[in-house]
Design a protein around this ligand. Structure first.
Ligand code: HSE
Length: 402
């Protein structure tokens, strides 16, 4: 009988409990061992919960209980999640998590501690919510050199952009709805300013390269400056604006990565990914393009990935553990000049000034009077910045996903 502790009874934690209750029989059958929740750790009281006796505020009860072999850390944030996870792994208990902030920050150390103690530290739910992506990348795509990853990695921003595109809603109204539906992070800035997507592309890049990619090294822009006019212009370009986590694995071993709103052409399967859905396009040198699609946020999708990791820990408790990435010995990040993008630009400068600055470019019929709107040739970052600085007034500039 496997006894599990659920740490944090918020959006994801309550779903973990519900899934184990609802599908416990099937899960136990799959893994060949009965699995039940022995503790729920939360600082709040839940006096009306049907199993109120399993709630505790004392972490040490879980840590010191030899019966507990797996804990789900769904508290979120760095502290005390880091300290709890570290203590549990050192005590020989496996930990599973949906906490991308923790994995992206302390993942290398925690994975190493897990390996030393021959227990698991699994984080399928940390990227893409309910979408299987971590395990497929580390197992099913293991025969490939990953060449690139481009994905919609944040459900909240995709929901917001979709409401703006299809219903003409304001950014604020759409954000409020996403929060009400339980998609947004505790601090919505993490979603709308791109930090959540940044941590996720950092985790995927670390997995793909086998080297830790520090999210602090990934230039990140959110969607707070995207307007309904930008959205309408994208339509004229036969595309839609999506917040994209992007990583390109260069032949010299370096990684180019960014998070930014990009114009995605309608012909790309990513363009039709709407609402809270995420999609991650991975290109491998043998397999070509593979796309992973599903609900990237929300209680039950995310909790289903956490419970699958719990099952994995129970099933594979005696299997020798390996860490999926290590600390690189040197800087592995490429510069902005190692990758080229075409840009969509709006300016109040004249078409003549635009030609003077950018030379060859393709003009788009303007939606806003007195603006020039155009698409550049593919440019590296320093060329783009140098040309852009020649314009007097830039309204917006958005990369185009090739
Ligand atoms: N706030 C995140 C999102 C939740 O909207 O995608 C899942 O990581």
């Amino acid at each position: 009988m496997a006894k599990v502790a659920v740490m944090g009874f918020g959006t994801v934690g309550s779903g973990v409990y519900d899934i184990i209750k609802k599908n416990g029989g099937k899960i136990s059958e799959n893994i060949g061992e009965e699995t039940s929740v022995k503790y729920i750790l939360d600082i709040r009281d839940f006096p009306d919960h049907p199993e109120k006796e399993i709630f505790t505020k004392e972490f040490d009860r879980i840590l010191n209980d030899d019966e507990v072999t797996v804990a789900a850390e769904v508290i979120g944030g760095l502290h005390p999640a880091y300290e709890y996870t570290k203590s549990l792994l050192e005590a020989g208990k496996s930990v599973v998590t949906s906490n991308k902030e923790l994995v992206a920050t302390y993942g290398t150390e925690l994975l190493e501690i897990a390996k030393e103690n021959n227990v698991s530290y699994l984080f399928e739910a940390s990227v893409g919510g309910g979408i299987p992506i971590i395990r497929p990348m580390s197992q099913c795509l293991a025969a490939n050199n990953i060449k690139s990853i481009a994905g919609i990695l944040n459900g909240t921003t995709n929901y917001i952009l979709n409401e703006m595109i299809t219903k003409g809603k304001s950014f604020e109204t759409a954000l409020k709805q996403a929060q009400d539906k339980g998609y947004a992070e505790r601090n919505p800035a993490a979603d709308v300013e791109g930090h959540d997507a940044c941590r996720k592309i950092a985790i995927l890049s670390s997995l793909a390269s086998g080297k830790f990619v520090d999210y602090n090294d990934i230039p990140t822009e959110g969607i707070t400056n995207i307007t309904l006019d930008d959205v309408k212009y994208a339509e004229k370009l036969d595309g839609v604006i999506k917040l994209i986590g992007y990583a390109k694995f260069l032949d010299n071993g370096k990684i180019y990565s960014h998070v930014a709103p990009m114009v995605v052409k309608n012909e790309s399967p990513i363009a039709s990914v709407n609402g809270v859905f995420n999609a991650i396009m991975v290109n491998g040198d043998c397999v070509g393009d593979v796309m992973f699609y599903g609900k990237g946020a929300g209680t039950m999708p995310t909790a289903s990935a956490v419970v699958a990791d719990i099952a994995d820990c129970v099933r594979n408790k005696n299997r020798k553990k390996t860490a999926p990435w290590e600390m690189p010995e040197e800087n592995i990040m490429a510069s902005g000049d190692d990758e080229k993008f075409s840009y969509f630009i709006r300016t109040t400068d004249s078409a003549e000034d635009v030609r003077g600055a950018f030379g060859k470019c393709e003009f788009v019929d303007n939606i806003v009077k007195s603006e020039s709107a155009f698409v550049t040739e593919p440019l590296c970052e320093s060329d783009f910045k140098e040309k852009l600085s020649k314009l007097k007034n830039v309204v917006s500039s958005i990369r185009i996903l090739a």
